[in-house]
Design a protein. Structure first.
Lengths: 242, 242
């Protein structure tokens, strides 16, 4: 793998979650397909999940453009987008309980096969935390469901901002009592690392080339000069001396 | 034991830290006594530690009374109080490294004997987190040093407020996606529980009658109508069905 050769002096690793640590697309499609069979309803779950994720960035932009309305946590953005999209995918008679079950699908996402073992190794030497646009309540329940061994949980609602706003990366460093250069952002998304690097954080790219399934168009490879590029979290732990 | 008989429906337990989970007084005195012998300096460590803790509440009040200066995290208040107090206890030639070592003594506090085992049981059924006036960086390092198995870390700097300000208790419930009545505050201090109860949180009192050593004057017993009173975290886990 690529990556610079000099030793890396960081004390904390902060992780993008959706796509980097957990496989949101397969998890949601499998969860809803199995659940809907029992529940006796049908719909185009793959279509819904892909459209739901496509609504993600615009829904955060809407929060940014309307600061007077205050910050809205991701669980609430997910619920709002779901209600708008469901009818387009044959889901017209969802009850309140159904909507709640589907929205909290994001609390039940499954890790990539290497995630838990890699994080467990990395935790022996570093502080490990999410730095996610997910809210703390979502990320906490995901961690308990999936066995993700975080030291702490940092989500968008701690900062009142979504990545790539600088308040998230710099806020994480501040809460960790660390200068940005002693914090490493780990992500499967080059744009996340680009924002972190511009603010002085170290960066690690771990590609997850099946994240978007057949819709994957970018992030097959590192496109920036990241401090580490590793195939998976095991290789990242190797590279960081764990 | 006392405590109400009806079942308690909470999803998260939030813990006071200094005195409730860790034994700050004995930990600091032992740490500094052992370290100073090696370092070749001497001072009245017991006197310093007791005076340092007595400066704690006034130092937070000073932050409250001067909101224009912004929130100051507890590590920084500790450092400031230490510099003011050290000369009174025979510590006149401390270097920058010494001051840093002593200030981060609060990162190295030892848990009460029942804390880790009790928390580990409670974590199987509930979300567990500190709700402490300590800052996130302090609490995270304490947890790693002491093996405290938190699901997440909530400290004063997340909210920009110190307990008993309502923003801390209500902020914790908000970040946890829970109404206050589904969150239980666990503390060895009746005043902390009183503030939490007035805001609708559930409450558990666990007495730590040696916290202040010979200076202990209050909190030998429950003085409010708390939902649970338990001798230690093992008894708390029993009472909460873990």
């Amino acid at each position: 793998m690529a990556g610079r050769a000099e030793p890396i002096n960081v004390q904390a690793l902060i992780f993008d979650i959706f796509g980097t640590v957990v496989d949101w697309r397969s998890s949601l499609i499998e969860d809803f397909t199995a659940w809907s069979t029992t529940r006796g309803i049908s719909g185009d779950w793959t279509g819904l999940v892909d459209a739901w994720r496509q609504a993600y960035v615009p829904s955060m932009d809407d929060v940014r453009k309307n600061p007077g309305r205050g910050f809205i946590k991701l669980d609430d953005l997910h619920r709002r987008s779901l209600e708008q999209l469901a009818p387009q995918f044959g889901l017209t008679d969802l009850t309140e309980d159904d909507l709640r079950y589907i929205t909290t699908g994001w609390h039940r996402l499954k890790p990539w096969p290497d995630s838990v073992a890699g994080l467990t190794r990395l935790k022996t030497k570093y502080i490990i935390s999410p730095l996610s646009n997910g809210n703390v309540g979502l990320l906490t329940r995901m961690a308990k469901n999936a066995g993700l061994p975080w030291d702490l949980i940092l989500g968008g609602d701690v900062f009142g901002h979504y990545k790539p706003d600088p308040q998230t990366y710099l806020g994480a460093a501040r809460l960790l009592n660390l200068p940005p250069e002693q914090v490493m952002m780990v992500a499967a998304h080059n744009n996340d690392l680009d924002a972190a690097q511009k603010l002085g954080l170290k960066t690690a790219f771990v590609p997850r080339v099946t994240e978007y399934g057949p819709l994957q168009k970018i992030d097959f490879d590192a496109t920036g000069d990241w401090d580490v590029v590793a195939d998976d979290f095991g290789a990242l732990a190797d590279r960081l001396g764990c």
